[in-house]
Design a protein around this ligand. Structure first.
Ligand SMILES: [Zn+2]
Length: 473
């Protein structure tokens, strides 16, 4: 796609990229044949201008290693009888795939603030910093830039809406953990839709100062919200529940995605939005195969909702990716053991978070029994005595794992369950792996096979032909 300053974009009659190249080639041929050096060769009358994206849907499975994507695909194929929505997208004509780098300005292994900022402003920032460069500049985030040009904007997440990834498209902040000031800055700068968790960072006084927002606090209120005006959905005081533990009062990521798309697509000038599966990352940090897998499957349903939206239209750029790998999980048992493990994985009932909530305030002398029982209830697995000894030793701070990073109770439990569930983890940390990028729609053709994460910002700005940003008002 020509750069915004390229006169070819504004030439009359309008020509598309292919015709532009044809004109160039024809001129060269004419010159080679001894024709006039400045011959003007008119392009054939052309169908239409190189399509620009009117809308952008940027979807992030936070902390998704390739093994997580593979696990959701295996589950979809075996349990649901079809490929995942993400894998199905690969087969559509014109869809491009790439691998992306994930490093930040100061670390081989990025965090989600720098990872999100790479897309949010097109610059490598240090870990923990949101659109705040190592030399102290504050480049304008993409949703602020899009809003300046009349686009509707939105963020949807299963984490807190003030968490690093959604914040990275709206705010400038040197500290990702300053979520109170981040909430205020989000409301100040404005958005059309923000749906997720994080109610504790939106106290009544703050909301009272921004009376134009309709605030909804459960699934039913979201579905019944008035169509006009900006919408803020806060479905949990902190992060929303894992898909495995979700109460009926919280909407699914796919439901939030549909609700946001319905509102944003009413905008006369198009929209830009980010949708995040925010807790795939948390499940991976916890080495909790069930929490991670079922949140990835919930993300995949949201991908299905986004694909429904782009079906039959050619004005929307859809990008699916992750900010970094996490814990590099993989299904790793052969033949019969694998066949026995997979149904157990598919039938998990609850997350480690659910178990921990049950264990809170348990008297010391009842802890071991309660732990044993909670694991069985959540997973259907009865830990053996020697396994319980290892787990209790990790609770007591004793070293039980060769790799010291894997010594937390969550990692030890994840390792013990791997014997039965077949999913093993390499650490409780983000990793520096390349991540998957899938792109469909106008602008997708510009995706190179290997892309630095900051260049996805450039790809979006070019696809929409966004004018340079003004400082936020
Ligand atoms: Zn993380």
């Amino acid at each position: 796609m020509p750069a915004p300053s390229d006169p070819a974009r504004f030439a009359a009659p309008p020509i598309d990229r292919r015709s532009f190249l044809q004109v160039g080639a024809a001129s060269a041929i004419a010159a080679g044949l001894g024709g006039p050096a400045h011959a003007v060769i008119r392009p054939r009358p052309i169908h239409r201008v190189a399509p620009k994206a009117r809308n952008i849907i940027f979807m992030v499975s936070d902390g998704m290693s390739s093994g997580t994507l593979a696990l959701a695909q295996t589950y979809s194929a075996r349990q649901l009888g079809h490929d995942s929505h993400w894998a199905r997208l690969w087969k559509r004509p014109g869809v491009r795939r790439a691998s992306a780098t994930t490093h930040s300005a100061d670390s081989i292994v990025t965090d989600s603030a720098a990872g999100g900022a790479a897309w949010g402003c097109g610059e490598h920032c240090n870990n923990e910093q949101l659109n705040w460069t190592p030399d102290g500049r504050q480049p304008v985030p993409i949703l602020v830039q899009a809003r300046q040009q009349g686009k509707a904007t939105g963020v949807v997440t299963t984490a807190r809406v003030t968490h690093a990834t959604p914040a990275s498209f709206i705010v400038n902040c040197p500290r990702r953990d300053a979520e109170g000031p981040i909430a205020a800055q989000m409301l100040e700068r404005g958005f059309d839709v923000a749906l997720g968790g994080g109610a504790k960072y939106f106290p009544d006084e703050l909301i009272a100062n921004h009376a134009s927002y309709t605030v909804v606090r459960d699934r039913a209120a979201m579905l019944a919200a008035p169509a006009a005006g900006p919408l803020l959905g806060l479905f949990h005081k902190s992060h929303m529940s894992y898909a495995l533990d979700r109460p009926e009062t919280e909407p699914t990521l796919a439901e939030m995605t549909r609700a946001a798309l319905a509102r944003l697509s009413a905008s006369p000038d198009g929209f830009v939005m980010q949708i995040e599966g925010g807790r795939i990352d948390h499940g991976a940090h916890d080495n909790d195969a069930g929490a991670m897998l079922f949140d990835q499957l919930a993300f995949d349903e949201a991908v299905g909702a986004a694909v429904e939206f782009i079906d039959g239209r050619d004005d929307t750029l859809l990008i699916l990716t992750s900010d970094h790998g996490n814990a590099n999980p993989g299904f790793t048992l052969y033949t019969r053991r694998g066949e026995e493990a997979f149904p157990r994985l598919a039938n998990l009932k609850h997350s480690f978070e659910w178990m921990n909530a049950r264990l809170a305030k348990t008297p010391k002398d009842q802890f071991a029994d309660r732990l044993h029982e909670s694991v069985r209830e959540a997973t259907g697995i009865t830990l053996a005595d020697d396994e319980m000894s290892m787990l209790l030793a990790s609770y007591a701070g004793k070293r039980v794992s060769a790799f010291a990073e894997l010594n937390s109770p969550a990692c030890v439990l994840g390792g013990l369950l791997a014997n039965t569930l077949g999913v093993s983890f390499m650490s409780p940390n983000h990793t520096a792996d390349l991540v998957e990028v899938t792109a469909a729609g106008p602008g997708a053709e510009e995706l190179p096979e290997l892309i630095d994460n900051i260049d996805l910002w450039k790809l979006m700005v070019n696809a929409m032909d966004l004018a340079p940003a003004k400082p936020p008002g």
